[in-house]
Ligand binder design. Structure first.
Ligand code: SF4
Ligand code: SF4
Length: 218
């Protein structure tokens, strides 16, 4: 999921300062799990805005703010409250903010910083595991991503700085390539070490990414 955190209130204060009325939007997916843009956080932001002397015309937590049709549907449903607002303040990832801004002429303010695509380690703790490179080699690396978990994103074994299985960039962390080697050894297969991995085709992760399901079964 997309890991996000609320922007510092001082930053939000400066943006909302010249405006008076706001419609608030949260996201029921990632931002709710991260506790950055769920019902509770939308309510907290509403209380904070009122303390700042602002008005809140209404609010909604969209199931998935990055889902364009759902965002459009919910904005239509709250049409008059949206119309009354000077701006829409969105507690969702960058995708969600743009989903909203594509559906309205109103000023849209993003209240969160999107940090990375992450896994939940435990409540409130997240780890980046995938950089969305578009050319996945996990099947050869025993399920450990060197593009993301090696500090240098190396593709053909460790750098010269690894020491006792630890990363030279951060000695608190295991070297990703040490972990890959140990796990492949345990599985008794050469995996990625059977070949020389060519330089990554970064064109596969060219921005903006587009993808369409080939077999929808329809
Ligand atoms: S190899 Fe690429 S797609 Fe696969 S986990 Fe790593 S970054 Fe993600
Ligand atoms: S020590 Fe290992 S994880 Fe760290 S940068 Fe070198 S190869 Fe990558």
């Amino acid at each position: 999921m997309i890991i996000s955190e609320r922007k510092p209130l001082d930053e939000i204060r400066k943006i909302v300062e010249p405006l008076q009325r706001f419609f608030l939007i949260g996201c029921g997916a990632c931002a709710t799990v991260c506790k950055s843009g769920g019902e509770e956080e939308v309510f907290q932001l509403q209380e904070w805005l009122i303390d700042q002397g602002k008005e809140v015309t209404g609010s909604v937590v969209i199931d998935e703010a990055c889902h364009l049709p759902r965002t459009g549907r919910d904005l239509r449903h709250h049409k008059s409250a949206v119309q009354e607002a000077d701006a829409l303040l969105v507690l969702a990832c960058g995708g969600g903010v743009q989903s909203v801004s594509s559906q309205t002429e109103k000023m849209v303010i993003g209240g969160l910083n999107s940090v990375f695509l992450g896994n939940v380690k435990r409540f409130g703790q997240y780890e980046e595991k995938c950089s969305l490179c578009g050319e996945c080699i996990l099947n050869e690396t025993a399920g450990i991503c060197p593009v993301t978990t090696c500090a240098k994103g190396l593709l053909n074994g460790p750098c010269g700085g690894m020491e006792d299985g630890r990363c030279e960039i951060d000695s608190e962390l295991d070297c990703a390539w040490h972990l890959i080697y140990e796990r492949l050894k345990q599985q008794n297969r050469p995996g990625v070490f059977a070949r020389r991995v060519p330089a990554k085709a970064w064109s596969k992760s060219c921005k903006p990414g587009r993808h369409q399901l080939k077999n929808t079964g329809r």
